[in-house]
Write a protein of this length. Sequence first.
Length: 161
Amino acid sequence: MDVTSFGINHDVLLRGIYVSRKDIINDGILTTFDIRMKEPNREPVMDTSVMHTLEHLMAVYFRSNNEWADKTIYIGPMGCRTGMYAIFKGDLEPHNIIEKMKECYQYIINFKGEIPATKSYMCGNYLDHNLVITQIECKKFYDEILMNIKEENMVYPKQQY
Ligand SMILES: [Zn+2]
C-alpha cells in the first residue's frame, strides 16, 4: 500500500501548506495539499463541528472562485482533525496556492450569516457546525503561519527508515 502521507514523520511536522502527493490521471496531474492547521500529537486537534464548517466554507470559496472552480477536485477534512485536504488539477507547489489560500482564510474569518448548505436536505449532519470557533481557529492559523509563511511550513520532513 502506498499512502504517501504515512511515510512522513508526523512527530516533527509543523503547521503549514504542504504537497502530500501528486497523481497522474490520463495526461494530467492532480496535486493533493495538506493544509495542516495543528501540529500532530503536540497540540489539541480541532472539534468535529469546526472541521465540518471548514469543509463547507472552504469548498464554497474555491468552487465559486472564477479562477479555481474548474481546478478544484476535492476539499475535505483530515480524519485526525489536524487539518484539511485540498486536491487541485495541475502540477502545483505551495507557492502556487498560498495567496489564494490566504484569501480563503480571510473569507472564512470575515464570514457572516448562515453557513452555506446547512439545511437538513443539503448536509449529512446539518446541526454539527460552529462558525465562531472555526473563525478563531482560522484567524490563529492565518496570523501565526499563513501571514508570514516560511520554508519549513511548506516542505515536509521525510520519514527515516
Ligand atoms: Zn455538511
